[in-house]
Design a binder for this molecule. Structure first.
Ligand code: AHG
Ligand code: MN
Ligand code: MN
Length: 339
């Protein structure tokens, strides 16, 4: 009997990523352990999000983040959990978080390593008060600076340089989805044993899309090109399947649904909006990791002008228009003036 078919056999995330290390002959084990640190952070964040309705943790802190948005307490807690679990291990040169204005250095008392971690500690956090899914999104790069403390340049790399990326989705179950550049796999947290177990490997975006996801409430501020594209999606000219609309306000949840069932998510620029002329979503913390996963699953991610992964970032908190999902639907959006 094949080992996988034996009663009681499960593939833990630790086993899976250890076995995958063989695909990278140059591997030292640092990336494997870093991914495992992130999985542990996911378990801790999950423990807090699942208690959100029960504790005083729920609600806003009363401060705003660098984007001027209300900061939920859980945002800060999730941010701190990730920093605490990764800053002392000697695996990272520097971190960058949606919740920190500047890069997050490794404290002097700890050694620096060769990787860079960029993340959105809690995506969709305005949904916490309403018990809707939220998630943590992350991307790992190799440092470009030689040694010592990591630099801003280490963080301002094109998404094309991503070594591994993923997200942890806190939904009806907790799922960790990640890719190391050899396909996309998902792991579901088994709450009884407290471990992520392999649930799907080699995830592919289905050829036939089912959903489209966009905040249609903002249509009147979209460019004419985007409005035409939006009309095309549900018109007879689109000769694909009729699409259903799904939009939660948690990018990570909308992306996950569309990757598994087929579809497109878009968040274009908004003309005349002081902060959203380039859309709302952040290139480094949200779009690059999801674009990497989308391409790994056979999908496409575009700014409306070209691949998200080829955008050279110039600022840590840069925003970028996005069309992400089924290749056929995204291609139709390329060249339509997204801002
Ligand atoms: P975050 O909670 O990290 O600030 O991200 C929220 C983002 C994203 O998850 C979601 O798709 C989008 O904001 C929703 O924005 P709108 O409310 O403007 O549709
Ligand atoms: Mn976010
Ligand atoms: Mn966030």
């Amino acid at each position: 009997m094949a080992q996988q078919n034996m009663p009681g056999y499960v593939t833990t995330i630790e086993r899976f990523i250890l076995e995958r290390q063989g695909l990278h002959p140059e591997a030292t084990g640092d990336l494997t352990t870093l991914l495992y640190d992130i999985a542990l952070a996911g378990k801790l964040i999950q423990a807090h999000t699942s208690q959100a309705g029960l504790t005083e943790v729920i609600g806003v802190t009363g401060t705003t983040n660098v984007h001027g948005e209300a900061v939920q307490k859980l945002d800060l807690l999730a941010d701190q959990i990730i920093i605490n679990l990764t800053d002392h291990t000697g695996r990272l040169a520097v971190l960058g978080s949606e919740e920190s204005e500047e890069i997050i250095p490794i404290p002097d008392k700890y050694p620096t390593g060769k990787y860079v971690l960029l993340y959105d500690p809690l995506d969709g956090s305005s949904n916490i008060d309403h018990n809707v899914s939220v998630g943590t999104i992350f991307a790992i790069y190799r440092r470009v600076s030689e040694e010592g403390p990591g630099t801003l340049e280490d963080c301002l790399q094109k998404g094309r340089n991503i070594v591994a990326a993923g997200y942890i989705l806190f939904g009806t179950s907790t799922i960790l989805v990640y890719s190391d550049g050899h396909g996309v796999s998902s792991f579901t947290l088994d709450p009884q044993i407290g471990e992520f177990l392999l649930s799907k490997s080699n995830i592919r975006v289905p050829d036939k899309p089912k959903y489209y996801s966009a905040n249609l409430g903002y249509q009147r501020r979209w460019s004419e090109g985007v409005q035409r594209y939006n009309d095309w999606l549900t018109s007879k000219e689109n000769d694909g399947p009729n699409l259903s609309l799904r939009y939660t306000g948690s990018l990570v949840a909308d992306f996950h649904r569309n990757m598994l069932s087929g579809g497109i998510f878009y968040y274009p620029g908004e003309m005349g909006h002081p902060k959203k002329t380039q859309g709302k979503l952040r290139l480094l913390y949200e779009l690059n990791p999801l674009a990497f996963l989308s391409e790994q699953a056979g999908g496409t991610a575009s700014t409306g002008r070209g691949p998200i992964l080829d955008v050279q970032p110039t600022e840590l908190h840069q925003r970028c228009p996005v069309f992400i999902g089924n290749t056929r639907l995204v291609k139709q959006a390329v060249g339509i003036s997204p801002t």
